[in-house]
Design a protein around this ligand. Structure first.
Ligand SMILES: Nc1ncnc2c1ncn2[C@@H]1O[C@H](COP(=O)(O)OP(=O)(O)OP(=O)(O)O)[C@@H](O)[C@H]1O
Length: 466
């Protein structure tokens, strides 16, 4: 068994020994040990000399988490491959001779081609407000169709929920939308691109349907599964043999990629879902703020939400600091990070790379940037910085969140393209992820009016004026 990981307790032990064949799903609140148990389960399923043992694949969404997992991965897991879904997909298609050089359409080209597709289709119709929607709407809708494995116009017209919160697309417009999708795919093919990041999973699944070779992995485990699209999950269900297993770990409150669809659309055969409610990471005070965020109106109506029970460890209240200017926020963030980074792990997290750059130039050069290609992980004290997305699945002693003002969050561009409700829903989950990365200390900074994403209750915070 892994040595460096905490010993599984209660529900965690039950999950470790879930059936070794078929599908299982574990839903857990932040910090409840999903990643830890994903590693334990990988060790259990890959243990040599057991009747159920076999090669095991542990998949997650982003590279920073893969690097972190590899750092936690004990020697007992030599038989386990840990990688991102997208790396797995490329590798598998390559093994089938279906991945030539440069055959994936990158997001910039995709954007250009979808814009062109909208323009081309517009010419066949009379002027309509539909075509005036922001490009982000078309990018999203096409992503939604492809990541759900929808193949025909009839399927698309019949499907129940289409579009983001508040932007459900009327059925009569779906034919036009589908025409835009087909035009995009035609333009993409002309560019020699066989896939994009939304439909690669569809192609993986199609390939498995025709693949009668022995399966490379007997067991697959998905961590951060809430961010896997239904088609990604389906493709993995078809990647295991009949006597193999698929174990899904996820937290719907932390869904920050994709179109907020449900893993349940993937149609796994899960007799029962298991829930982890105990939070082992955060102090009571941080967990209370996390819980208050998850009770905000913008979280309402999510299926499968698991509410945490209060952790035992006590700590300081999250600190909220109103600064006169953004420059002051930067000064405070840098000072605290440098001081605390000597003895603690500290993460400075931002909405996007642009905001990260406002601070990163002032950081010492030993600070570690969290990013897609990071390939080593230094445990212990130090400064880490990156976007909320890049910190997914990770944890730090102190988390510093600058720029929490109303003008910045929810993101004004997101409001412009998808409306306020959608922006609140999207950025609320990001904030939830960011807050729950903190083990013991949290520093929230803003100028002017704080973001409406933060709960107003004063007793949740210790307030300071630097
Ligand atoms: N049984 C346990 N006893 C003590 N500590 C534990 C136990 N299980 C997990 N932990 C610790 O709790 C923290 C959170 O665990 P982990 O990262 O596995 O949670 P998670 O559910 O994947 O979190 P998230 O979804 O928020 O990323 C880690 O520091 C882990 O070592």
């Amino acid at each position: 068994m892994p040595k460096s990981l905490p010993k599984p307790l209660r529900k965690q032990r039950e999950v470790l020994y879930l059936p070794v064949a078929g599908h299982s799903a574990v839903l857990g609140t932040a910090g409840s040990g999903k990643t830890t148990l994903a590693l334990y389960r990988a060790a259990y399923l890959s243990t040599a000399d057991m009747p159920h043992s076999g090669r095991t694949l542990l998949l997650t969404f982003n590279q920073a988490l893969v690097t972190y997992l590899n750092h936690l991965k004990p020697l007992a897991l030599r038989n386990v491959m840990i990688e991102t879904y997208h790396k797995f997909a490329r590798g598998y298609l390559n093994s089938r001779g279906k991945m030539s050089f440069n055959s994936i359409c990158d997001p910039d080209l995709r954007r250009t081609l979808i814009e062109r597709a909208v323009g081309n289709v517009t010419q066949h119709y009379e002027k309509s407000k539909f075509f005036d929607r922001p490009l982000a709407f078309f990018l999203d809708e096409i992503g939604w169709i492809l990541s759900h494995g929808i193949e025909t116009e009839e399927q698309y017209i019949a499907v129940e929920r289409v579009g983001r919160v508040g932007t459900t697309l009327a059925r009569k417009l779906r034919s036009v939308m589908f025409e835009i999708l087909k035009e995009y795919l035609a333009l993409r093919t002309q560019q020699g691109k066989l896939y994009d990041w939304d439909d690669i999973a569809y192609h993986v699944r199609q390939e498995y349907l025709q693949d009668d070779r022995a399966r490379r992995y007997r067991h697959i485990i998905i961590d951060e599964g809430q961010d896997f699209s239904p088609e990604m999950i389906r493709s993995l269900a078809s990647a295991i043999p009949d006597d193999g297993s698929l174990t899904f770990f996820g937290d719907v409150a932390q869904q920050i990629y994709g179109q907020r669809t449900s893993w349940r659309f993937a149609g796994l055969t899960v007799p029962q879902t298991w829930e982890f409610k105990e939070n082992y990471r955060n102090t009571k005070q941080i967990a209370r703020l996390g819980l208050a965020i998850s009770k905000m109106p913008y979280f309402e109506g999510i299926a499968d939400m698991v509410e945490p029970t209060s952790p035992r460890a006590d700590g300081p209240l999250p600190t909220i600091a109103e600064c006169d200017t953004r420059a002051k926020q930067i000064e405070v963030a840098l000072r605290v990070a440098k001081e605390s980074g000597k003895t603690k792990s500290v993460a400075l997290l931002f909405k996007d790379r642009e905001q990260e750059r406002l601070i990163s130039s002032g950081l010492p050069n030993y600070a570690t940037k969290l990013h897609r290609d990071m390939n080593s992980w230094n445990d212990g004290p130090g400064i880490y910085y990156g976007t909320y997305h890049s910190a997914k699945g990770l944890e730090f002693d102190l988390v510093i969140l600058p720029f929490l003002e109303k003008e910045n969050l929810p993101d004004p561009e997101h409001i412009a393209s998808h409306g306020e409700e959608d922006a609140l829903t999207h950025d609320g989950r990001l904030l939830y992820v960011a807050v729950t990365r903190a083990r013991t200390d949290l520093l929230l900074l803003y100028t002017g009016e704080p973001t409406p994403l933060l709960p107003a209750k004063p007793s949740l915070y210790g307030r300071v004026s630097p």
